[in-house]
Write a protein that binds this ligand. Structure first.
Ligand SMILES: NC(=O)c1ccc[n+]([C@@H]2O[C@H](COP(=O)([O-])OP(=O)(O)OC[C@H]3O[C@@H](n4cnc5c(N)ncnc54)[C@H](O)[C@@H]3O)[C@@H](O)[C@H]2O)c1
Ligand SMILES: O=C(O)C(=O)C[C@@H](O)[C@H](O)[C@H](O)COP(=O)(O)O
Ligand SMILES: [Zn+2]
Length: 354
C-alpha cells in the first residue's frame, strides 16, 4: 500500500484546487451529506475553478444512511455523469461520508482516485486516515468494505466551528483511545484539557499528534493482520452498543459508543491483565461526566454478546478484544469468555451508575 499524503492546513480550498489540477483528472465529484452541503461546501467554493467545476453528489446524513441505498445512489450519480477511471472523488464530510465515499471510489470501475477532506473532529483524527472504507449492513457496523487509502487527506480545523459540541466530544473519544494505546503522558494531557474550549491553534497541534499515533500503526500494518488491532480498542463492545442503539431506533454518535466500549474493555483489561483500578475509575468517571450513560440491563446481554460475535477481529467462535495491561501497553487478540464479558458489563453498569 502506498504512503498516504496527509496535509494539515487551514487553506483547504487552495490546497485542494492545486491537488486537483496536479492530478490531471477527467472530472471531479464532491460527495457531501446534507449538513456538509449546508455548512461546509460554501467554505471551499467560489475561489478556484477546479473546485467550482466539480459535480456535487449529496447523501442523507447520519450513520443509518451509511448503507447500501446511499452507496447505490453514489454509484448511479457517478455513472450518470460519465465518471471514468480518471475521475476523482472528493469526500467532504465526517466519517460517514469518508467511509462510504471511499468505498464508492474503491469499487466504481474497480477504483477511482479519491481525496478525503474531513469536516468532523472524529474524521480528522481517525476515519479519513488509514484506508478503512465501507458501509453498515444488516445492522452490523462496517460489515462490507475494503482497505483503500485516499490519495490524500487534507486536515483542517476550519470546519469545526459549525460542529455541534456532541460531535466534538465524539471525536475526542477516538483521541483518548489514541492516547490510551500510545502513552500515559499523551493520555493524561488529553484528560486534563477542556474539550469544549480548545482554541484552533492548539486543536491543530492535537490533531497532528493524534493522527501520528494512527499513522504509525497503519504504516506498520495497513490491512490489520496484527498490531492495527490496537486501533480497535473499545470497538468490540463499542460497535455492539452502536448497533444496539440503531436497532432501538435511537442512534448514538460513534465516539460515544467507543467511549462506553473503552470502559467495558478497560474493565476486562483490569480483570485479565491487571490494568490499574485507579486509571479505570478515572476513565469511567470522565466518560460518565462527558458522555453520559448507555442504558442497558442484563436483558440486553444476549443481544450484545451476539453482536460481539460478529466483530471482524474474531477468527473462531471466540470474542477477540484489544486490551491494555497499562496505558500504552497493548495486548491484541485477547480472548474473553462470555462469562467474563457479562461480569465486565455488570461492572460497567456499576461504574456508570446504571
Ligand atoms: N474508517 C475508519 O478508520 C473510521 C474510524 C472511526 C470512525 N469511522 C466511522 O466514521 C463514522 C463516524 O464519523 P463522524 O463522527 O464524523 O460522523 P458523521 O459523518 O455522521 O458526522 C456527524 C454529524 O456531523 C455532521 N457534520 C459533519 N461535518 C460538519 C460540520 N463541519 N459542521 C456541522 N455538521 C457537520 C454530519 O452531517 C453528521 O450529522 C462512523 O460511521 C464510524 O464507523 C471510521
Ligand atoms: O483504523 C482502524 O483500524 C480502526 O479500528 C479505527 C476505528 O476507530 C474505526 O471505528 C474503524 O472503522 C473500526 O473498524 P472495524 O474494522 O472494527 O469495523
Ligand atoms: Zn472508531
Amino acid at each position: 500500500m502506498k504512503h498516504q499524503d496527509i496535509i494539515f492546513t487551514n487553506s483547504v480550498a487552495e490546497r485542494l484546487s492545486s491537488m486537483i489540477e496536479g492530478m490531471n483528472c477527467s472530472g471531479t465529484f464532491i460527495l457531501v451529506d446534507e449538513n456538509t452541503d449546508n455548512h461546509v461546501l460554501s467554505k471551499i467554493v467560489g475561489q478556484f475553478p477546479a473546485i467550482d467545476n466539480a459535480t456535487v453528489i449529496k447523501v442523507k446524513p447520519g450513520d443509518v444512511n451509511k448503507n447500501l441505498d446511499s452507496l447505490v445512489h453514489i454509484w448511479n450519480e457517478l455513472q450518470r455523469a460519465g465518471a471514468n477511471r480518471r475521475s476523482l472523488m472528493v469526500n467532504l464530510g465526517g466519517g460517514m461520508v469518508t467511509d462510504m465515499g471511499g468505498f464508492a471510489a474503491a469499487t466504481f470501475k474497480r477504483g477511482i482516485h479519491f481525496i478525503n477532506v474531513p469536516t468532523t473532529l472524529l474524521s480528522a483524527v481517525d476515519a479519513a486516515v488509514g484506508g478503512k472504507t465501507g458501509i453498515n449492513f444488516n445492522g452490523l457496523k462496517n460489515e462490507i468494505g475494503s482497505f483503500r487509502e485516499a490519495d490524500a487527506v487534507i486536515i483542517s480545523t476550519c470546519f469545526l466551528d459549525t460542529l455541534p459540541v456532541e460531535e466534538i466530544r465524539s471525536g475526542y473519544a477516538e483521541m483518548l483511545k489514541h492516547g490510551l494505546i500510545d502513552s500515559a503522558e499523551a493520555y493524561h494531557r488529553l484528560l486534563e484539557c477542556d474539550v469544549t474550549s480548545i482554541d484552533s491553534e492548539r486543536m491543530l497541534a492535537l490533531l497532528e499528534e493524534s493522527v501520528s499515533v494512527k499513522r504509525r500503526i497503519v504504516e506498520e500494518d495497513p490491512t490489520e493482520k496484527g498490531i492495527r488491532r490496537a486501533l480497535n480498542l473499545g470497538h468490540t463492545a463499542g460497535h455492539a452498543f452502536e448497533s444496539l442503539a440503531m436497532r432501538r431506533d435511537n442512534p448514538v454518535p460513534h465516539g460515544y459508543a467507543v467511549a462506553w466500549g473503552c470502559v467495558v474493555e478497560l474493565v476486562l483489561s483490569h480483570l485479565a491483565m491487571g490494568f490499574p483500578s485507579s486509571e479505570l475509575k478515572r476513565f469511567a468517571d470522565y466518560v460518565y461526566n462527558n458522555y453520559g450513560i448507555f442504558p442497558i440491563t442484563c436483558d440486553d446481554y444476549p443481544a450484545l454478546l451476539e453482536l460481539m460475535h460478529h466483530d471482524k477481529k474474531n477468527t473462531s467462535g471466540d470474542i477477540n478484544f484489544t486490551l491494555l495491561s497499562e496505558i500504552g501497553r497493548v495486548h491484541i487478540d485477547s480472548i474473553c469468555s462470555e462469562d467474563d464479558i457479562k461480569t465486565a458489563l455488570d461492572i460497567f453498569r456499576d461504574l456508570m451508575h446504571i
